[in-house]
Design a protein around this ligand. Sequence first.
Ligand code: ZN
Length: 182
Amino acid sequence: MNAKRCLDCDVVLGLNNCYPSHFKHSKYVCKKCQNKRDNSRPCRKKYLKEYTKNHYIENRETYRKKQKQWKLANPKMRCQQAAKRRAAKLQRTPEWSDLDQIKQIYADCPDNLAVDHIIPMQGKFVSGLHVPENLQYLDLPTNSAKHNYFDCFDYLEWVNNGGLENRLTTPYLTPHLRLKIA
Ligand SMILES: [Zn+2]
């Protein structure tokens, strides 16, 4: 059997990027393109908005319960979403940022560590990006001690010594943190 492709963008369709009903009924359009199609038809857009709203109101308790369960089951995803919101608010996510890789870094974060932005998004003199290359794992006390501190000369030295490539195993620490930990 030939792989099914989206009519609009030519992406190979799997169950994850295709509405199940579309998969069954062989209307080969991916979720993204279907959304685009819906949005380009004001009447359809309005109908869907209304439908979603009513469905939510009618099943509010079920939605709440599901959301609560999901939150308990996915603490790392919640961290990732919070960071995403924070980055969006600060406009620190460039178009080329690899969002899947970011998700993976959050998902792979060991339980006793937290994901840290190496160059803080809200430093005193700098503002780092929400990109995989700017993420590392820090234990919680170090993370809160680091806060938005940043030393550009120290960082450059770390980068020149291959720090970026090994950041997930050997995180970047500013001098004051290295002293604190030693
Ligand atoms: Zn498509």
